[in-house]
Design a protein around this ligand. Sequence first.
Ligand code: DAH
Length: 343
Amino acid sequence: MMEEKISLLREEVVAKMNDVKTASDVENIRVEYLGKKGLVIEILKNLKNVEADKRKEVGEKANVLRVEIEKMIETKKEELKELEYENSIKNSEKIDITIPVEDKVGSLHPITIVQRELEEIFTGMGFTVEDGNEVETEYNNFEAVNVPKYHPARDMQDTFWLENGELLKTQTSAAQNKIMLKYGAPLKAIFPGRCFRNEALDASHENTFFQMEGMMIDKDVSISNLIYFMKTLLSEIFKKDVEVRLRPGYFPFVEPGFELDIKCPYCDGKGCKVCKGGSWIELCPCGMIHPNVLKMGGIDPEEYSGFAFGLGLSRLAMMKYNINDLRALNSCDVRVLKQMNIK
Ligand code: DAH
């Protein structure tokens, strides 16, 4: 009698499961059969009323059914999830081809454009393009480029520190050491990247900005190589011959170090708004890589020499697109990009 009831219940559940459409249908079945007052649970609870010689068998059968129903519920839930996923894909692939297309749907960011342009120029001159991290160790950002703890040059590059002692890199120079250790000499590489500093913000200071670092290391590399590469590069960017000059500049990782200026390409040095009447624009700090930096990078300074430079990508983008506030580049304001009229 009880056994018959159990097998009827099984048929019932199977039939109901086949009709299930939603997760709440599944839940209803669960409650009806396996809930506190569920039909199968009731049988188990009332085993004491079953005749003694049948009790064990009925108990076993009811338990088997309970497990079977649990399994059916699991399987059904999986099936429903799968179905829901497939439907969502089908729906998201619907494309409304009647929506009119705007004639201009977007553009690359000015920094991306300048970065890609530079990468093309440099790869044409045999440089590889390398990646650098944004989160760096203190060692890579400072020590490995000859800025030991307590060096006064650290004051100019206050940054954001992580709880684990690492930091947001303040300069693309932070990748110099890793790249030297990876490739050894000779080496020609550029490495663009986002840099961070803890700055008070104004039109020419941002806490987040972009640089592009470059290094060339080989036998007999001299300042003339540096000047040649810089001149070629800047002429390509400004699409005309540019005049450059070097002034002494101090950076712990180069010796000698320079500030490279270009004759203002907008007024040819006559004086204008861009060069603020000064005829020259400070564009790219650079120098001959310090022997300590080469040594830490596993390169023998007796045998090899090299130059390095740190181009301000944000700066270059501002010049190229005539942007006078650095903050506009990170503002995420589409109106700014629209104004730049980038094609
Ligand atoms: N890392 C320097 C800065 O952010 C810029 C720099 C100067 C890079 C001279 C160089 C270099 O490679 O030679 O202020």
